[in-house]
Design a protein around this ligand. Structure first.
Ligand SMILES: Nc1ncnc2c1ncn2[C@@H]1O[C@H](COP(=O)(O)OP(=O)(O)O)[C@@H](O)[C@H]1O
Ligand SMILES: [Mg+2]
Length: 441
């Protein structure tokens, strides 16, 4: 086992800069996921750790040894690829032992190590089969077996589950995790799937366009995304982003959305504020903002709603079943403890920096001229207007008093309240229909 340390690692193909200075530390025995959209440089970085790509600039250390110029075979790492390409003419046992044979190990040792790896991977009964006689998941386990027999200091995985169907992926995910918990081998795991990263990793490195956007424990990234990219990338369905402004410590958005902005770190920012709220942190609540239901999806365990508030699309996710359909109205309220604020221009988080220690957002000075007028009714959303179109910040004067009328922390103007609408209480273990009629459909 070993640490892996990356310092200012850069890579260009011709004039195209693919990695722009990557600093990552993987602790001994840690499981680190590199996650990001396709093309962001994950595989390139992993191949550089493996020694399959030159290191143009920067340093890579494995177990405190600078390996920039060490050939792959001498790095003591084992890599598992998406296309694991087993040798079709070799049995499972020979596939797994092949690298040891190439390395000139005695047959007795090869047999022992293959048997041990097969036992770990539940392949013992399949050692005499050929790849064509195996299921996809079994083949993937053989590919992992090839890596395990080498007993490397570091495992490198490049999207090893991408070729498997959804159910098998979930199963293999758990198997790889269990394997890591058993072997405790330092692991770097590349995936574009944030769910894989969230469920498997001790630490996640979110990459975009050759940069590291944020590094942190899975729930740290979920709770304290440092910027809108990470906020939108981690979590499914993705976080809602609602444009608006902050005045007197209150966020204002379309449909008369009002929310406490104490976490934004500014009392006033008259333009370019984005409220981030996850679909699962919206509550169906009679005191909330009115929204029109566009799509209803019920999986049995969860209810997903696509909502519209003055042209703003909002995703809602809850555990309760609801008896509503497209065109119906609901009232939603963001959980005030779960709000995120971002600067629309920089995409950076407003307020306290995330615990990962990355630089905090640079706060624009308050009092920027606002392009937007407050809605005077439901039809006049400030959402979607471009900066500079309407320099009418003054017209917002009435909103302070409107804010005073909101219920508790978040709400809408009292005159918009329509108690006959369908809604459900969003909290509590049981579905509690508080008003509106009918059983769940
Ligand atoms: N051998 C290569 N020559 C030129 N460009 C490459 C080469 N390998 C990768 N790239 C480019 O580098 C970028 C990052 O690729 P890659 O590391 O494979 O991304 P990821 O694994 O995150 O999807 C992509 O834009 C890709 O097209
Ligand atoms: Mg890749």
């Amino acid at each position: 086992m070993a640490e892996v340390n990356l310092r200012d690692v850069r890579k260009a193909y011709g004039t195209v800069q693919v990695l722009r200075g990557i600093d990552v530390d993987v602790a001994d025995g840690e499981f680190v996921a590199l996650v990001g959209p396709s093309g962001c440089g994950k595989s390139t970085l992993l191949r550089m750790i493996a020694g399959l790509e030159d290191i143009a600039q920067g340093e890579i250390r494995i177990d405190d040894r600078l390996v920039n110029n060490v050939p792959p075979k001498q790095r003591d790492v084992a890599m598992v690829f998406q296309n694991y390409a087993l040798y079709p003419h070799m049995t499972v046992a020979r596939n797994m032992g092949f690298s040891l044979k190439l390395a000139g190990r005695p047959q007795k040792e090869i047999d022992e190590r293959v048997a041990a790896a097969a036992a770990i991977l539940d392949l013992s009964a399949l050692l005499d089969r050929y790849p064509r006689q195996l299921s996809g998941g079994q083949r993937q386990r053989v590919a992992m077996g090839r890596a395990i027999v080498r007993d490397p200091q570091v495992f490198l995985f490049d999207e090893p589950l991408s070729n498997l169907d959804a159910k098998l992926r979930v199963q293999m995910r758990a198997e790889i995790k269990a394997l890591h918990q058993r072997l405790r081998t330092t692991t770097v795991y590349v995936t574009h799937d944030q769910v894989e990263a969230m469920t498997m990793a001790d630490k996640i490195v979110v990459m975009r366009d050759g940069h590291v956007e944020q590094i942190g424990a899975p729930l740290d990234l979920y709770d304290h995304p440092q910027n809108m990219f990470v906020a939108g990338f981690i979590g499914s369905p993705a976080m809602n982003f609602i444009k608006g402004w902050i005045e007197d410590g209150q966020f204002h958005g379309p449909g008369n959305i009002i929310a406490p902005a104490k976490d934004a770190g500014v009392d006033s920012m008259l333009d370019g504020v984005v409220l981030g709220i996850r679909p699962e942190h919206l509550l169906l609540d009679p005191a909330g903002v009115e929204a029109t239901v566009t799509v209803v999806e019920q999986t049995g365990s969860e209810t997903y709603l696509l909502l519209d508030i003055d042209g703003q699309r909002i995703n809602y996710l809850g555990r309760e079943r609801v008896a509503i359909g497209p065109g119906d109205k609901v009232r939603i309220m963001p959980d005030p403890a779960r709000l995120h604020f971002f600067d629309e221009k920089t995409g950076q988080r407003l307020g306290a920096p995330a615990s990962s220690g990355l630089p905090s957002a640079s706060l624009p000075s308050p009092g920027l001229p606002s392009p937007e007028k407050p809605g005077t009714g439901r039809g006049s959303s400030p959402h979607g207007r471009k900066a500079g179109q309407e320099p009418g910040a003054r017209a917002r004067a009435g909103l302070g008093s409107a804010a005073a009328r909101v219920l508790s922390l978040v709400g809408i103007r009292a005159d918009g309240y329509r108690p006959e609408l369908h809604y459900m209480r969003g909290s509590g273990p049981a579905s509690t229909r508080t008003r509106g009629g009918g059983e769940p459909r």
